[in-house]
Design a protein around this ligand. Sequence first.
Ligand code: ASP
Length: 589
Amino acid sequence: MYRTHTCGELRISNVGTEVKLAGWVQTLRKFGSITFVDLRDRYGITQLLFNESLNKSLDATPVGREYVIQVAGKVLERSNKNAKLPTGDIEIEVTEFAIMNVSNIPPFTIEDDTDGGDELRMKYRYLDLRRSPLRQNLELRYKVNRSVRNYLDGQGFWDIETPFLIKSTPEGARDFVVPSRMNEGQFYALPQSPQTFKQLLMISGYDRYYQLVKCFRDEDLRADRQPEFTQVDCEMSFVEQEDILNIFEGLFKHVFKDVKGVEITEAFPRITWDDAMWHYGNDKPDLRIDFKIKNAKVKKEVFCNVLNTVDFKVFNDAETILAIAVPGASEYTRKQTDELTEWVKRPQIGMSGVVYIKCNTDGTYKSSVDKFFTEEKLKEFASFCGAQIGDLILILAGAEARTRKAMSELRLEMGQRLGLRDHAIYMPLWVIDFPLFEYDEENNTWAARHHPFTAPKPEHVELMNWPDRFGEIKANAYDIVLNGTEIGGGSIRIFQRDLQEKMFAALGLSREEAYEKFGFLLGAFEYGAPPHGGIAFGFDRLCALLGGQESIRDFIAFPKNNAGRDMMLDAPSAIDEKQLKELKLKVNI
Ligand code: ASP
């Protein structure tokens, strides 16, 4: 028997017991004739004591960091207890030990705070995974996985696998493709999601489906994206949007409670897409920040009367003027407001400046535009913003889209500065009523905002006949947002062949192209397709949020770096001539 206990298990109640432990040497500390070794495994760390007699054998067969050893000994109460370790009350007085395997000196320290840089740790991921922060992340991931499965199982969902070698699924990214040896010159695509399969399963009658499934999207990688990631993918038949929102709200509540002990009893707020854009400037509002955007002027329409009475060219000329009243920030110094001006001028934000009004605690108003606004008018503007004494009003003016985006960023930034974006607070919500289409300026076409299988709201189906009114069509499409991050989304689907054909046509696909790409689905709609809808959410990101961290990478055992490379495998890499020949491929670079 290698071990009787794990390295995280022994407590004061075990004192006197003869035990065997096995694990990795975390540290060795020699004190004259005795040596302490911290032995580590997945469960924790236990201190070993090599007394005088064994120390000699230790000198004869030295043990180093990350050696795998096995020891036998007796549990003793420690005189010098370590309250930080669950096993900190005891130590093992070693009577026998054996080295199971030696180790090179690791390229970075395997401690909570390591000295290893990102790339080095990615290269030796198997060593990085020995560190407790990563181990805790993977443990959390497993707990979320189990919790999701338990809930869905309880709701009658079946986990059904779908293939990876498929034909393209349009989720808006580029496909990864795989050449087929048996079908010369032809390629599979890896699924961007199991979208069409889950719809086919509905047609087969499996009315509650789910899967924790890998999805593959060949996108330019932003900081927090992975080319392969995990989705919790779900679909249901004979449901309306309301049913889906309820079931999945239940899922999130279950997971928050189960994994984090966070109980949310109220219903998640629901905000329409239009309202989200209006009040927050984006479709994934962070509700932990409790101040909203005030729309003083939007696309030349003035909502704040006082603007009609002030002659200030910047405001007169602006298409849109937006404001936020930041609580308790009226004390901002000149230096701080100057710094905010620099912040909005950064190319990512792209504004030429920010106007501020301080609602001072002594009841006076002071602004960066005192030349144009009397104090009375500042007060009126402040009252339009619903500002309180002590608030700092920040105003951006310019073209609609850019100003709204900039204000959305500024609101988040101020929330951050005020310490409102606390990881331990959970503010989930649903964003509903998404537009069905969005205009793709680059290609001059309409594109599906979610994907081409999303149904228009029944009352908007008629508008599908009028391309100039596509922008007005709303869908029963929804996103679930947590703390300013979109963690999932879905929709009620089209299940009639003629409407699906109309949708493909609206997206610029000819009938032939539509049948070439999606003939299987259009054909299936001819055999009794039930009404259905579903949702998918990003499992990696949900885990990261529950772990209170920004990066999904640390919640994936073997992730890729920002360039989509696996540093450990050194992949992607060239393949040999023989393989290329078999596949009838020529590399042309
Ligand atoms: N397939 C969609 C996605 O990956 C989710 C869905 O509509 O269920 O975003």
